[in-house]
Ligand binder design. Structure first.
Ligand SMILES: [Zn+2]
Length: 425
């Protein structure tokens, strides 16, 4: 197989591996850099390979490509991400004019495969994977800790499925590399538990309240929704599953929130091609990837962030499927759990010490959120008194007077509607 390679003045036909061999060799020379800056390093490499193919002005002659500053390359890639933004609006007209050709798709497909391989065999990722397996074993005997509390989900043979799942938080492996690159004080435990040893949020209220967006370190906020809302109120999504139940319920949940927002929220499907997957994986193309997990619960990232995932548990009971879908879509739209709001102590008592250690992160107060209405026991984002408790005699949360509560209903409460309308105008 040969790939057409565009250079300054001509289109040269080159066997695919040749191009890669030269570039890869060049990068291998900089092994130290690879370890010091795992994320930027991979970002650079795959941007170079993409630009090499796409942009005749980024001519390929050994190291020239690499000498362009990352900011220039990112700007260039941004143009291409926008140019190739293949989306299907709800007005389904199938206009393929600005599409990606089959040849391009094949090229990006190979880049994508290489990128995944690079990530998989990165020493830091291997370390976290091993560590996560050890933790998994050492916690296996504890109450309420199941074997899938935290683990990498690589065994599903889904090529996109390179995710460390820990409770309700998913870490994409690129995300981990980014944390390693910038997170000077982050230990593996802190990454795995998403908290400091004192149990506080990475951004405890007192530490962050007077800090503006720009001052906060980008690696740590990648999944912490500094900005909960989606640009232009448009949620871009891609189904990475063919499970018809998941697709149906996700669309139902989208409608529930669109209606709740008086149609302020719009959704836009991103096409399932390798360009969109490659640029997503690199953290350059922000949309929510909707997929499944073989579990009794679902999980999502919060708000507009890179590597956003909404994963619906296919073992979830039929009767809870709608509420879980609506709840997860609430996270995607920027909402946190009601019981994690920073004002929650005015309404509830949380018995953190009763909760099995592995689940405690679900009870941390979080400083930023898109929860703009009054505290609401009926919110679809609210859990019940016995959430995460292995036995049902001791609640993890009660009202201030000690009484128990149920948790939210199937769909948005009245206050959820008020809140989402404030968030998405
Ligand atoms: Zn949740």
């Amino acid at each position: 197989m040969a790939i057409m390679l565009k250079t300054d003045s001509a289109i040269v036909e080159m066997p695919f591996p040749c191009v890669f061999d030269s570039i890869v060799a060049l990068y291998d020379l900089q092994n130290e850099l690879y370890l010091m800056h795992p994320y930027t390093f991979l970002l650079n490499k795959y941007i170079d390979l993409s630009l090499l193919y796409l942009d005749p002005n980024f001519s390929f002659s050994g190291s020239i490509v690499i000498q362009n500053p990352l900011s220039d390359k990112l700007e260039k890639m941004d143009e291409y991400v926008n140019f190739f933004m293949e989306e299907e609006d709800d007005t389904e007209d199938d206009d393929d004019e600005l599409g990606i050709s089959e040849e391009m798709d094949e090229y990006f497909g190979q880049l994508y495969t290489m990128l995944l391989e690079d990530i998989r065999r990165h020493p830091y990722v291997i370390r976290v994977t091993n560590r996560s397996n050890q933790l998994n074993e050492s916690f296996a005997g504890l109450d309420g800790v199941t074997s899938d509390t935290y683990k990498f989900e690589t065994e599903d043979a889904d090529e996109d499925n390179l995710i460390l799942s820990f409770g309700s938080t998913n870490y994409d492996m690129m995300d981990l590399l980014m944390m390693y690159e910038h997170g000077d004080s982050l230990t593996e435990e802190e990454i795995l538990f998403s908290q400091y040893k004192d149990g506080n949020d990475l951004y405890a209220t007192e530490k962050i309240e007077n800090v503006t967006e720009g001052q906060i370190h980008p690696n740590k906020v990648a999944k912490q929704w500094i900005k909960p809302t989606w640009p232009g109120n448009r949620v871009r999504y891609r189904f990475d599953t063919s499970n018809s139940k998941v697709i149906t319920y996700t669309k139902l949940a989208m409608n529930v929130w669109a209606n709740a927002s008086n149609q302020a929220i719009k959704y836009c499907a991103v096409k399932n091609n390798f360009w969109n997957r490659l640029t997503y994986k690199l953290g350059l193309n922000w949309y929510v990837r909707v997929s499944t997990q073989n579990k009794y619960y679902s999980s999502s990232n919060i708000g507009f962030c890179p590597w956003s995932n909404m994963r619906l548990g296919i073992l979830v009971d039929e009767e809870y499927f709608l509420s879980q879908s609506v709840h997860e879509m609430g996270h995607v739209l920027g909402l946190i759990h009601e019981h994690q709001r920073k004002d929650r102590d005015d309404y509830i008592i949380v018995y953190t010490n009763r909760v099995p250690f592995a689940f405690r992160h679900n009870f941390r107060k979080r400083c930023f959120s898109g929860n703009y209405s009054e505290f609401d026991f009926q919110s679809v984002m609210m859990y019940g008194s016995y959430a995460f408790m292995p036995d049902t005699t001791r609640p993890s949360m009660t009202r201030l007077d000690g009484s128990k509560f149920q948790g939210g209903g199937d769909i948005c409460s009245d206050k959820d509607k008020i809140g989402i309308r404030k968030l998405y105008k």
